[in-house]
Design a protein around this ligand. Structure first.
Ligand SMILES: [Zn+2]
Length: 403
């Protein structure tokens, strides 16, 4: 059996202990000691880290009456010195005690009970049994901070189930004795095995960062103490970056960001309109060039437009091909060279060519792939130098006069 020193004194970080057993845990060496100041993961609070006999403590787990300390390497000594990481312990005390105060504040403000608590490496949450809105959350936050700043004493007592009930604390199910009750004087009492500070003031501050609907209730994300400071610093950095990027004072950031977004959308609409007009012009010019003799194209004698461009995106080729075949009975065999070769083939409704087959043969010549259906097909390949040849072959395969 391991004596849990942290239950009497959560500020004790250095201790000496005798080794009782050396089991293995998932392939790692572990130690069971006669006493420990390391908190083992339980009740939503993660384990402490630190060293035992100079070896890093990777995990601390409850094992019935024992506490299992999982180490990064074996320790041979029968007596070891333990050292608990102070910063992590203090962080856990701030978050966990802050949780007690915030949970009680939600009961007071919104009759919302806490059904789960999670203390993670970055994120800390409580799950409430009902939905609470922004206003109630801010009221609970205010109340919790009032209690923090009143620096109320925090006391720990060990009670029987009957004593706990008499003092208004519902004992954990099936537990009759040795119920550890943590009290923030005059505000909150609850059964808990965690490490808590001497006074509520050590929590520093409680800040709710977000609310989400969760399992018919609310998940409340919050930070306390040093995590609140770190979260503030992170937001400050992001905001300073935005202030510099948008050349706007802090208070005007939302309005300026909205304007930038609106301006961008308007620019995109305008660019799209200009591109469509440009492609319409290109389509008419290409059709005119394809019919050099001036004769109007017809289904029996369609225009054949063959053109290669430098650096056009495949999407623009597709729009251009679609315009060409919409304006007159025509076949469009279009290509573009960039780091790859792109091809888009199209023909007007009612013309007899197998466009997907033409495209397939052409992209194979380019060492690539592509496909399509009916009168439109597209694809590409890496052999950019073969683009003109691929277009010429497709044209020859049409079996149509050049018009
Ligand atoms: Zn607790």
């Amino acid at each position: 059996m391991t004596e849990r020193l942290h239950r009497q004194d959560p500020y004790l970080l250095e201790f000496d202990a005798a080794v009782l057993a050396r089991p293995e845990h998932e392939g790692r060496p572990a130690l069971v000691l006669d006493r420990t100041a390391f908190y083992a993961e339980s009740g939503g609070q993660p384990w402490d880290t630190g060293t035992l006999g100079g070896a890093r403590v990777l995990a601390v787990l409850e094992d019935g009456p024992d506490v299992l300390h999982v180490l990064e390497r074996p320790v041979a000594e029968d007596r070891v010195h333990g050292s608990v990481d102070a910063e992590r312990r203090r962080d856990h005390m701030q978050q966990h005690h802050g949780q007690h105060l915030l949970s009680k504040a939600f009961v007071e403000v919104a009759q919302a009970a806490t059904v789960a608590f999670h203390l993670g490496g970055e994120d800390t949450t409580v799950d409430l049994d009902r939905f609470v809105g922004e206003e109630q959350a801010r009221a609970a936050e205010r109340l919790a901070n009032d209690v923090v700043w009143q620096a109320r004493p925090v006391r720990v007592s060990t009670l029987t189930a009957a004593e706990a009930r008499a003092s208004g604390v519902e004992p954990p199910e099936g537990v009759l004795a040795d119920i550890r009750v943590v009290e923030a004087e005059g505000f909150d009492r609850q059964p808990c095995g965690g490490t808590h500070p001497r006074t509520t003031a050590e929590v520093g501050v409680v800040v709710i960062t977000s609310l989400e609907r969760y399992k018919g209730g609310t998940r409340v994300h919050f930070v306390c103490g040093s995590r609140a400071l770190a979260a503030f610093a992170r937001r400050e950095r992001v905001l300073a970056d935005l202030v510099a990027t948008l050349s706007a004072p802090l208070d005007e950031l939302p309005a300026v960001a909205r304007k930038v977004k609106d301006d961008l959308a308007a620019s995109e609409r305008r660019a799209k309109g200009l591109l469509e007009r440009a492609l319409e012009g290109d389509a008419r010019r290409l059709l005119a060039e394809a019919r050099g003799d001036g004769a109007a194209p017809s289904p029996a004698s369609p225009a054949v437009v063959v053109a290669a461009f430098d650096g056009w995106p495949a999407e623009d080729l597709r729009v251009l091909a679609t315009r060409v075949v919409a304006l007159a009975p025509a076949v469009a065999l279009l290509g573009s060279r960039s780091d790859k070769a792109h091809l888009v083939f199209a023909q007007s409704e009612g013309l007899p060519n197998d466009v997907p087959a033409l495209l397939k043969a052409a992209v194979e010549h380019l060492g690539g792939r592509g496909g399509g259906r009916g009168n439109l097909a597209q694809g590409g390949g890496d052999r950019v130098e073969r683009l003109d040849e691929a277009l010429a072959r497709a044209r020859a395969a049409l079996g149509l006069s050049a018009g």
